[in-house]
Design a protein around this ligand. Structure first.
Ligand code: ASP
Length: 328
């Protein structure tokens, strides 16, 4: 038993040819955020604080699809969403449809702590942000040239990550439209446990490129993209609609609780039962175990445990990939 932490910067069809200028800053951000989380755990900060702290850092990094890096809706607007959950109390907070809030994850925590509710969205969530005095900026602050270009490419290819008019074949990894070698999805998340087995999970996202205005994904949905109880904490990433259908995060916890599976077995079982190319997750257990399976081509991820294990990766490694890509 000891502390452990895992974080992700999104799962998806990340090409092996990802150019160094796109790869290096993301790896550096993962390393930096991991170090921040580890230092906080070593300083005995509660896991709930740790996951919020780490996700705030990831939101502030323009290289991931959350906060500053959030991708655009079909109207070229930003609609961010986030969720945080405490394993011990199972208190949780979630927000959707944010366009001006700098750190959606902190607003989710305020929903959890300052309201009788769990989930606020759109105008009500924005009004709550102002009432609480959290940092907000003009919505244009989030509209980066990179995301304008991503939206343009997605529109040219008549492609949405989940295309509502022409559903993509779910058993095939999606192709990038541009050939420029970037992953279109890159939600962020963090899970942590302290030496006493207290667990917490947090996830934040801009959603999917070219998503319909008003679309809500898995990230803020308790039990789908985010979940924590006394057994484990889970943050998922990938195609939100698939994650919601499979209630990914809650299923990992349920398999541990009802079937006695280990964290690793439960997470692998869940990821293996979702169509290939769709999901990844990071999870830690009350015992301090960590796992980071995915069935996409890659997942930006990092973890560390009290006994000295540490990993930062993008593509499959021996230990964490459930379904390695046969093309590799
Ligand atoms: N799961 C997110 C969504 O569907 C996307 C992601 O994980 O990058 O909104």
């Amino acid at each position: 038993m000891g502390w452990s932490i895992a974080l992700h910067g999104g799962a998806g069809d990340i090409p092996y040819s990802l150019p160094p200028e796109r790869r290096a800053p993301r790896e550096a951000a993962l390393r930096q955020c991991l170090a921040i989380g580890v230092a906080a755990l070593k300083a005995s900060r509660p896991p709930l604080d740790v996951v919020e702290l780490v996700v705030r850092e990831l939101e502030n990094c323009p290289h991931f699809n959350a906060g500053k890096g959030s991708v655009l809706t079909t109207d070229g607007t930003v609609e961010m969403e986030a969720c945080i959950m405490d394993g011990n109390t199972q208190k949780c907070g979630a927000v959707s449809g944010l366009s001006t809030v700098v750190n959606a994850i902190s607003l989710a925590r305020l929903v959890m702590e300052k309201t009788p509710h769990i989930y606020l969205a759109f105008d009500g969530a924005e009004a709550f942000a102002r009432e609480q005095g959290v940092e907000t900026v003009d919505a244009n602050h989030f509209i980066t040239p990179e995301n304008v270009e991503r939206l343009k490419q997605a529109k040219e290819a008549n492609r949405v990550q989940i295309d509502y008019t022409q559903p993509v074949k779910e058993d095939k990894p999606q192709e990038t439209s541009s050939g420029k070698g970037d992953s279109q999805i890159g939600t962020v998340g963090c899970v942590a446990v302290d030496g006493s087995g207290n667990l917490a999970a947090a996830t934040s996202t801009g959603g999917l490129v070219n998503k319909m205005v008003g679309r809500i994904g898995d990230t803020p949905v308790i039990g789908a993209g985010t979940y924590a109880n006394s057994f484990c904490a889970v943050s998922a990433t990938g195609k939100g609609e698939s994650i919601i259908r499979a209630t990914i995060a809650r299923d990992v916890a349920a398999l541990m609780e009802y079937k006695g599976l280990s964290l690793r077995e439960a997470a692998a079982y869940v990821v293996n039962n979702v169509p290939r190319g769709n999901v990844g997750l990071v999870a830690v257990s009350a015992k301090g175990e960590v796992t980071m399976p995915f069935n996409t081509r890659g997942m930006f991820r990092a973890c560390a445990t009290e006994d000295g294990y540490s990993e930062i990766g993008i593509w499959p490694s021996e230990t964490d990939c459930v379904l390695p890509d046969p093309k590799r």
